[in-house]
Each structure stands twice: as structure tokens, then as C-alpha cells.
Design a protein around this ligand. Structure first.
Ligand SMILES: C[S@@+](CC[C@H](N)C(=O)[O-])C[C@H]1O[C@@H](n2cnc3c(N)ncnc32)[C@H](O)[C@@H]1O
Length: 273
């Protein structure tokens, strides 16, 4: 337990140094800064709006867990929900999202909170959304239990967590296990030590389905990410000649067809009866 608390502090420190997507934000004014990040995000990751279905927010009570810079959160706010709430572990993310929404003249009930202990009553939301967050929390199954608890019967959760058998995982394994003479290092440890914040986890489809077992219906889809395809400014933590060469020679077309089930992103749509 103490170990989990220490790890969560490290996760918080990591994301409070820089929110996800800041690297894509440029511009003279605050408006330009956030607009440039949205544009880059949805160009690089068109599967986000396809999965989120922001247009379904109308008239719903919505919660987003782990708002980050607030890119998707502002799309939920534009969807004309009945109510919108957003949480994140870090003050930086909450500040970004508040600023972004106020520039757009939109509102949300935003607060710092832990996904593993959501500050909401049971059955509070029709739709819960979380993109790339719950695998960073030390106790991911507990965070999923919380999603189930605060979701209303008849509600839907759309959650992206990392998929274990991914090109990203294989590349990191090559770099940090094979090339360091440690080929027995399991994928679990590779993600834990080398992908984004300390303690990141990734799950097989079966493991994810087990965590979502209390839900009545669960659809899963593996998605190749820009990281798997070495697109955008991927690999900031792993700079080096090998990565530069790989980025140039990466057979993206081939990988899209042969390795399409080896993406890092596991998209989960879970219904509660
Ligand atoms: C990779 S970023 C994703 C942010 C945003 N969803 C996006 O797609 O850009 C991960 C975010 O999860 C947040 N986070 C990590 N653990 C959390 C927890 N236990 N509770 C709430 N937020 C958490 C971090 O602070 C960070 O903002």
C-alpha cells in the first residue's frame, strides 16, 4: 500500500512536469497555443474522435478521468452535455483545462482527484471517458471498479488503456532488454520502467476483459498508434541514432496490414446494465 502511494506520487510528479500534448502546442496567443495542440492531436490520432463519439454527449451527465491538457474535454464540453465533470491527479492538467475551456467560453466541474477514489456518488454519470490514463495509476483494477461504481445502469464507459502485445512494447524490449543483454526481461517490466510515467502497465485483451468483467457488455479493439508507427514526435525519452534510423526506414504500410493487432492502444467500450 505504501509502495503504491509512493509510486502514485512519482506518477503525479511526472505528469505535473509536462501534460500530455504540450510538445505539440505552439503559437503567440493562448488561443493559438491550444488550437495548435488540438489540430496536431486529431491529425496524428484520428481514431480518438472515432472512438470517443463526442457527438453522443448531448444531454448526458459526463465524466472524464485524466483530462490532461483538456483537448478531449473541450470536445465533450462542446457536445452540449447535461453536465460535465473532469478530474486529473495533477494541478497542471486542471489549470490547462480550466484555461482552455474559459478561452472557448465553456464550463466543466473540474477538480484534482484520484481515479482510484473518485469523489462522486454511486450512479452519477451516463458516460465516462478516459484516454490513456488508468494504466498509469498503480492500482488499475481499483480505478476500473470506480468507473463501474459511478456509472449509472444503462451507462457507457469508453476507456483506452495500453495493450501489452504492441509494436511499441517490442521496440522498447529490443532497446532495453535485447540490446542490453537482458532478453529475459518481461514486457511488463519494460512498460513499467520505460514507457512514460514510472509504473506504466499494459494488458492483453483477456486481462482487460477480466478487469471489466462486472460490466454487462464489453467491446474491445486494438488500435495501432502513432507511436507504433513512429510518427509525430514519438520517442522523446528514447532519443538516439537507432531511433532516428528506424523512423526513416520504418515499413509503415507493411506494419499497418501485418501487425494491425499489435497496436499499443486497447479501446474498450463497456456497458453497465
Ligand atoms: C498520458 S496523459 C493523458 C491525458 C489525456 N487523457 C490525453 O489523452 O491527453 C495521463 C494523465 O493521467 C493522469 N493520471 C494518472 N494517474 C491518475 C489517477 N490516479 N487519477 C487521475 N488522473 C491520473 C495524469 O496526471 C495525466 O494527466
Amino acid at each position: 500500500m505504501q509502495e503504491e502511494s509512493r509510486l502514485k506520487e512519482k506518477v503525479k510528479e511526472f505528469w505535473d512536469r509536462s501534460s500530455c500534448g504540450e510538445v505539440y502546442a505552439v503559437g503567440q496567443s493562448e488561443n493559438e497555443y491550444y488550437a495548435s495542440e488540438s489540430k496536431a492531436r486529431y491529425e496524428l490520432e484520428p481514431y480518438i474522435p472515432e472512438f470517443a463519439k463526442f457527438y453522443e454527449g448531448k444531454g448526458k451527465d459526463i465524466l472524464e478521468i485524466g483530462v490532461g491538457m483538456g483537448t478531449d474535454h473541450s470536445e465533450w464540453a462542446k457536445s452540449n452535455p447535461k453536465s460535465l465533470s473532469g478530474v486529473d491527479l495533477t494541478p497542471r492538467a486542471i489549470e490547462h483545462t480550466k484555461k482552455r475551456l474559459s478561452l472557448l467560453g465553456l464550463t466543466s466541474n473540474l477538480r484534482e482527484a484520484d481515479a482510484e477514489r473518485l469523489p462522486f456518488d454511486d450512479h452519477s454519470f451516463d458516460l465516462i471517458y478516459s484516454w490513456g490514463v488508468l494504466h498509469h495509476s498503480p492500482n488499475t483494477p481499483q480505478a476500473i471498479k470506480e468507473v463501474f461504481r459511478v456509472l449509472r445502469p444503462g451507462g457507457i464507459a469508453r476507456i483506452m488503456i495500453y495493450h501489452k502485445y504492441s509494436l511499441t512494447g517490442y521496440m522498447l524490449w529490443t532497446r532495453y532488454a535485447l540490446l542490453t543483454g537482458n532478453p529475459c526481461k518481461p514486457l511488463h517490466d519494460i512498460y513499467f520502467d520505460h514507457l512514460e510515467s514510472p509504473g506504466t502497465k499494459a494488458y492483453s485483451v483477456e486481462e482487460a476483459r477480466n478487469m471489466f468483467a462486472p460490466f454487462s457488455k464489453v467491446n474491445t479493439k486494438v488500435q495501432l498508434s502513432f507511436g507504433d508507427l513512429l510518427e509525430g514526435s514519438v520517442g522523446q525519452r528514447h532519443r538516439g541514432i537507432l531511433l532516428s534510423v528506424a523512423k526513416t526506414l520504418w515499413p509503415r504500410k507493411l506494419l499497418r496490414s501485418v501487425f494491425k493487432n499489435h497496436g499499443l492502444m486497447l479501446l474498450i467500450e463497456a456497458h453497465k446494465e
